[in-house]
Write a protein of this length. Structure first.
Length: 76
């Protein structure tokens, strides 16, 4: 997975929720704009992100791009 693949999905207007499928078999849902940010070779994800309140108090996960197997767009 390239940074441009992920960045284009995260910056899409209007935002479309998506699921990252990891090589470990786990998946992570990104359901709101601003819930995930691109780093140089990774994605920073705020799992408990509240779009309305913009709360990022619950910590974050960093997922290396090499650990992302595929992206899935979720229904709106």
């Amino acid at each position: 997975m390239t940074s441009e693949d992920v960045r284009s999905e995260l910056e899409k207007h209007p935002f479309t929720p998506l699921r990252l499928h990891l090589v470990s078999g786990k998946s992570i849902e990104i359901v709101a704009p601003g819930q995930a940010w691109m780093l140089q070779n990774a994605v920073m994800i705020f799992p408990q992100f509240q779009a309305a309140g913009m709360s990022r108090d619950e910590g974050y996960d960093i997922v290396a791009l090499r650990n992302i197997e595929r992206l899935e767009r979720l229904p709106i």
